[in-house]
Design a protein. Structure first.
Length: 172
């Protein structure tokens, strides 16, 4: 079975906002994982949070785009990622997690992502906020940063392979 990765919302936001300083790191990590045939997932929660970021005014830490532009971006995300279905089991798992780990405040959203991951058998989450998921290690959740040394090494190797494959042979 291939490894499965969920993209955290902060990864999705950098994926779509090419002007952000972390965009190239997020895009390179996602492209490398896809190239290596890892399955990349999002949840409806990720997409809803992304819509919020896309349509929120720029002066409020958003991208300031219209709903029409957000819809185009949503379609791109849906082509690149598999959207995990919401199920009643996700709520049950979320409830267990927030009680067991005494989760409060905004961290309840991360707990819901973990619940969806557990229900759907996804073990890894690509995120810029690994510390937010550290408490779920014993649940089998592995947080991976897009600038993780192993991913960066694989990005370089894949770029070298691509360059080698596309170079034209010298005329003799």
């Amino acid at each position: 079975m291939t490894m499965r990765y969920l993209a955290d919302t902060n990864i999705l936001a950098r994926f779509v906002d090419k002007r952000h300083p972390h965009s190239s790191v997020a895009r390179a990590a996602l492209k490398t994982l896809a190239y290596e045939e890892y399955t990349l997932y999002v949840t409806s929660q990720n997409v809803i949070e992304l819509w919020n970021v896309i349509t929120r005014p720029a002066d409020k830490n958003g991208l300031g785009r219209t709903p029409t532009e957000a819809y185009r971006i949503l379609r791109l995300v849906e082509r690149f990622f598999v959207v995990l279905p919401d199920t009643p089991q996700i709520y049950q798992e979320w409830r267990r997690l927030v009680i067991e780990y005494q989760v409060s405040g905004v961290q309840v959203h991360d707990a819901r992502l973990v619940a969806a991951m557990r229900v759907h058998g996804v073990s890894h989450i690509l995120t810029f906020n690994g510390k937010d998921f550290a408490r779920y290690r014993r649940e089998g959740i592995v947080a991976v940063a897009p600038d993780d040394d192993a991913i960066v090494r694989r990005v370089r190797e894949n770029m070298e392979r691509y360059q080698t494959a596309t170079e034209k042979p010298a005329d003799s």
